[in-house]
Design a protein around this ligand. Structure first.
Ligand code: GLN
Length: 467
């Protein structure tokens, strides 16, 4: 923990950490030592981790990378934070991200961008950019992130590490600063599938303080141990299969994930990964997810709509930034919000408010919900008839340069095309490193593995065979 703390403080110019507090970290490390001495060790006891700065933490500030919350400290810990602390994991700090988790490059942080350790001129991806960069740079072995439309999978892919977003409802959202509540899920970032399993299984479980938390997953109690058991069952089956461990596994490959827009280097790395899985005994099935492109407009209506509602709490009274100078009360709220929120957050609030307006609601919000249902049905049909898991790219290209697309804020939105559908459907999905691309072949590419509901253990076991 001491070494990780020093590395976090040094940062290596990455700007991955927003807050580091040696006293808090060393107190947690002492508690972990005590657990070890008492024979109460959990696999994560003493393991240095760090949290994305959207998980509220007692002690450390929580800013959501926003000026709005620049001086905010929560009186309690998020459920994810307390579960990992109870297991003895030692937090070395809070990680940079896009403001309120809105973005795909970590460029929307009020505290400056995080840099990609593979090439510091490039973005680490977003919004959990600090979470992926800190693991890729070897500062900590594991971090937490959140994924509303791809924010764990996409930065993991662009930084050459692994990340998983579980089924919606399996990890508590209590204490996770809300963006799009029907989409937000926490997920870990680490190097290997087995590390993700330890973290995710520990983080998961029913929580009565989150109204969308699930008590049961397919009849099994939503509690730590569920994913671990499923992983073990699959791993045992793979072992029993001998030379062709993945014999019988049907991998669905959606045609729509390989069309225009996918760069050749990424396509080649994905193809090689699929061939590797075939060599392990799996069969490849071509499938269709015909509404893939529609996931972009559907998501960028629904997520901003929910964001506009969630962010109405930042009114300059109850939380966060308050303008120094103002006229009446309404003026105070509007000045506080104009000063506290960055441009992307303001854009989302305006889009969200618009699509929820009386007169536009049916045309935009309701229509987007219908598309969401169709996208969900497409996945369900594929899993019912054709395949056990789905694989494809996470991103259309490798990490872009910091500052690219600055004049066109919606260009980044289009790059979310392979991750949004999963989020709209609430399915579990992960990213594992599968090769390199870019002009010199030195930038990481991620393979996306999508499972049916509650099949986190299965996709992690499949990922584990690749690594
Ligand atoms: N890039 C997407 C967005 O900007 C997803 C972000 C996320 O998953 N938090 O909304």
């Amino acid at each position: 923990a001491n070494a990780a703390l020093q590395a976090a403080q040094a940062q290596s110019g990455l700007n991955a950490f927003l807050h580091v507090d040696p006293e808090l970290t060393l107190a947690q490390a002492r508690a972990a030592d005590q657990m070890l001495a008492n024979g109460q060790a959990h696999p994560l006891t003493g393991v240095p981790i760090a949290h994305k700065d959207v998980f509220v933490t007692q002690g450390w500030r929580t800013t959501a990378a926003s000026k709005m919350l620049a001086n905010y400290t929560s009186p309690f810990d998020a459920t994810v934070v307390s579960k990992l602390a109870l297991a003895g994991a030692v937090s070395v700090g809070k990680l940079n991200c896009d403001e309120f988790a809105m973005g795909s490059g970590n460029e929307n942080s009020a505290f400056g961008p995080t840099r990609n350790p593979w090439d510091t001129q490039r973005v680490p991806g977003g919004s959990s950019g600090g979470s992926a960069a800190a693991v890729a740079a070897g500062i900590v072995p594991a971090t937490t992130g959140t994924d509303t439309g791809g924010s764990v999978r996409q930065p993991a892919a662009l930084c050459g590490v692994s990340g998983i977003k579980p089924t919606y409802g399996t990890v508590s959202r209590f204490g996770m600063i809300a963006f799009g509540s029907s989409l937000d899920q926490a997920g870990p970032v680490a190097r290997h599938a087995k590390d993700l399993l330890e973290l995710l299984d520990t983080m998961s479980g029913f929580d009565e303080r989150d109204s969308t938390s699930l008590e049961f997953c397919d009849g099994v109690a939503n509690a730590p141990g569920r994913m671990r058991n499923e992983f073990a069952q699959h791993a045992a089956q793979f072992d029993a299969n001998g030379a062709k461990p993945l014999q019988g596994l049907r991998i669905g490959v959606p045609t729509e994930f390989f069309g225009d827009g996918l760069s050749a280097d990424v396509a080649a790395a994905i193809e090689a990964a699929l061939q590797h899985y075939e060599a392990l005994g799996a069969t490849r099935v071509n499938i269709s997810l015909p509404r893939t492109k529609l996931s972009i407009p559907a998501y960028y209506v629904i997520a901003p709509a929910e964001a506009s509602s969630n962010l109405s709490r930042y009114d300059g009274v109850r939380y966060g930034h308050r303008a120094n100078q103002y006229g009446d009360l309404a003026d105070m709220t509007s000045r506080s919000r104009a000063e506290g929120f960055g441009p992307e957050v303001i854009r989302r609030i305006m889009v969200g408010t618009y699509v929820l307006c009386h007169g536009y609601y049916d045309a935009y919000y309701l229509q987007a919900q219908r598309v969401r249902r169709m996208i969900t049905n497409d996945f369900q049909q594929a899993f019912a008839d054709q395949c056990d898991v789905i694989m494809g790219p996470v991103t259309p290209s490798v990490a872009k340069r910091i500052g690219d697309n600055r004049d066109d804020p919606t260009a980044d939105w289009l790059a979310d095309v392979y991750t949004l559908g999963v989020s709209l459907a609430g399915l579990p999905a992960m990213s594992i490193p599968c090769g390199f691309g870019g002009a010199e072949g030195k930038l990481p590419v991620g393979l996306q593995i999508i499972g049916n509901y509650f099949r986190e253990g299965q996709i992690l076991a499949i990922a584990d065979r690749f690594q």
